[in-house]
Design a protein around this ligand. Structure first.
Ligand code: PEP
Ligand code: MG
Length: 572
């Protein structure tokens, strides 16, 4: 029996055979695809070709700006290669005639051209083959990206072990047979971990080399609560975990009684307890939990795994479904926070190969640069107000200028809909995520133009402590109870209260039972919790006394050490 310790990412216990996902290498295999699929394969190739043209346009714009016209001409060589019949005609012909995958047809075509280049005597022309490979590689990478490893194709119930899983992989897990997953990389508040919680799939991340130590078919236990992966467990360990599984089921049944009860402390302090929504599958669960609303609708899932952004109509349908289901209770819809670990293509010049993506072109920064995307999303959200109570939330605000620009687009969308005679609510609140320290530090100003705030502890903590939320090497430094975090949260809540504005907290910290007294004691108005932890958190906050929790907060504020604060919260 081998026990590997990692970072607990999503609670629950899963037991079963391991399915190890190989590292992604650029090895092109010949895959026979069947005559009925060849047309679709040619289409896929053409889409990759278009995406590569778009890459070249973007590269050209960049070169033009930095090096000037003369150098930008180099890109023309690449365009010429891309439009050469050896690529545009030969590859589709191979796919059609040989019924093979596009990657293989492309690599064969490239080999063929390479042989021809090698015979050229003139060194200058012979060296042009590097351009050919460059273009070929770009094209291939688009093909490989589009042909995502489909986790839904895994046919038997298993525990997935992988070096890394991206949020775009994870959104598909619900429709798969996967009981839980373990990855070498990642941290507790990575979007992959958050999605797993939403889908109620046990997960452990940050296991460093687990994917090399587990073999396909090994029997494993995944302990999402304590962040452990056990390979070839002893019969005693299996029995212990079976018992624990049963106990959790019983405890969860006992929590059922809390559904629908008013969220208040023992001494009658009332607040709203809402749930975070990450994918539409969770709507039913949230309705069943009888929450006070959806405190954070993360809309990114709509933008992942596709080449174009979703249309206004598609978005309108998605938002309306959630708003209708909430039946008059509020739904806070956040405009998409693309970037960071949630990369999407969307046919735009978006973030690519950033050295530091969490500090890069992300959230409102990306959507202000491509304001058509923001306007479309805001129109769709505003239209959904005809079905119930909706608030709009902007991610990653760091300055007054950003807030003002976004507000202008928001009002423009409202005016457009009015002029078109579309039925929308008269007053729709527009709030901001406070998740960048700058927003917290100048909140008094921002609150003159924002109707409410939602504290995103996941990002706020990573930026206060300079600890990348998905980096397993510094996961131990990611600490919601660090005195600097506690003080920042307190000061944000105080400022908002002084200005009479409502405060929600919606990061994963709300799902940590230990943090509940701290957040309630600060006087937060709304806690938005992952559905999986909703009833557990409800049980804790309903057993607290507000007066006591407020005193605890004051004591925590005077402490200089995280361990001390955590002890204070555990002994409550
Ligand atoms: C947060 O940062 O706390 C948050 C809720 O947003 P996300 O996790 O989607 O970045
Ligand atoms: Mg965030």
């Amino acid at each position: 029996m081998i026990v590997i310790k990692g970072v607990p990412a999503s609670p629950g216990i899963a037991m079963g055979k391991a399915y190890v996902l190989e590292d992604e290498e650029i090895v092109v295999n010949r895959v026979e695809i069947g005559k009925d699929k060849v047309r679709a394969e040619v289409k896929r190739f053409k889409q990759a070709l278009e995406a590569t043209y778009r890459d070249l346009d973007a590269a050209e714009a960049k070169v033009l700006k930095t090096l000037g016209k003369q150098h930008a001409k180099l890109i023309d060589t690449h365009r010429l290669i891309l439009s050469d019949p050896l690529i545009t005609k030969d590859v589709p012909r191979r796919i059609l005639n040989e019924a093979v995958n596009a990657e293989f047809a492309l690599s064969e075509a490239l080999d063929h051209v390479n042989e021809a280049f090698e015979k050229i005597e003139d060194e200058f022309f012979r060296e042009r083959r590097h351009d050919l490979f460059d273009v070929g590689k770009r094209l291939l990478s688009h093909l490989l990206k589009q042909e995502k490893r489909s986790l839904t194709d895994i046919e038997t119930a298993c525990i997935l072990i992988a070096r890394n899983l991206l949020p775009s992989d994870t959104v598909n897990l619900k429709d798969s047979k996967i009981l839980g997953f373990a990855t070498d990389l990642g941290g507790k508040t990575s979007h992959t971990a958050i999605l797993a919680q939403g889908m109620q799939i046990p997960a452990v991340v940050g296991l460093s080399d687990a994917s090399h130590r587990v073999k396909n078919g090994d029997f494993v236990i995944l302990d999402g609560e304590h962040g452990m992966l056990i390979i070839s467990p002893s019969p005693e360990a299996i029995a212990k975990y079976q018992k624990a599984q049963l106990k959790t089921q019983q405890e969860e049944k006992a929590l059922d009684a809390l559904r629908g009860q008013t969220a208040a402390t023992l001494d009658g302090h009332r607040f709203d307890l809402c749930a975070n929504l990450d994918t539409p599958d969770e709507i039913k669960t949230i309705v069943g939990l009888k929450t006070d609303g959806i405190g954070l609708f993360r809309t990114e899932y709509l933008f992942l795994n596709r080449l174009e952004a979703p249309t206004e109509e598609e978005q309108f349908r998605a938002y309306s479904q959630a708003v209708k289901a909430m039946n008059g209770l509020p739904t806070v819809i956040r405009t998409a926070d693309i970037g960071g670990d949630r990369l999407a293509q969307l046919g735009i010049d978006g973030p690519k190969n950033e050295t530091n993506p969490f500090m890069g072109l992300r959230g409102i920064r990306l959507f202000l640069r491509h304001s058509d995307l923001l306007k479309t999303q805001l129109r769709a959200i505003l239209r959904s107000t005809q079905h119930g109570k909706v608030r709009v939330l902007l991610p990653m605000i760091s300055s007054m200028a950003e807030l003002r620009s976004a507000r202008r687009i928001f009002f423009a969308a409202q005016q457009e809909l009015l002029a078109e005679g579309v039925d929308t609510a008269k007053k729709v609140e527009l709030g901001i995520m406070v998740e960048i320290p700058a927003a917290g530090l100048m909140l008094d100003h921002l609150l003159t133009e924002a109707d409410f705030i939602s504290i995103g502890t996941n990002d706020l903590i990573q930026y206060i402590l300079a600890v990348d939320r998905i980096n397993e090497h510094v996961a131990h430094l990611y600490d919601p109870f660090h005195p600097a975090v506690v003080r920042t949260l307190y000061s944000i809540v105080e400022t908002a209260k002084k200005k009479g504005k409502r405060v929600t907290v919606c990061g994963e910290m709300t799902s940590d039972p230990k943090a509940a007294p701290l957040l309630v004691g600060m006087g937060v108005d709304v806690l938005s919790v992952t559905p999986r932890m909703f009833l557990r958190v409800k049980q804790i906050v309903m057993s607290l006394r507000f007066e006591h929790a407020s005193k605890i907060v004051q004591r925590a504020l005077s402490m200089s050490d995280s361990d001390e604060i955590q002890r204070l919260l555990t002994d409550i």
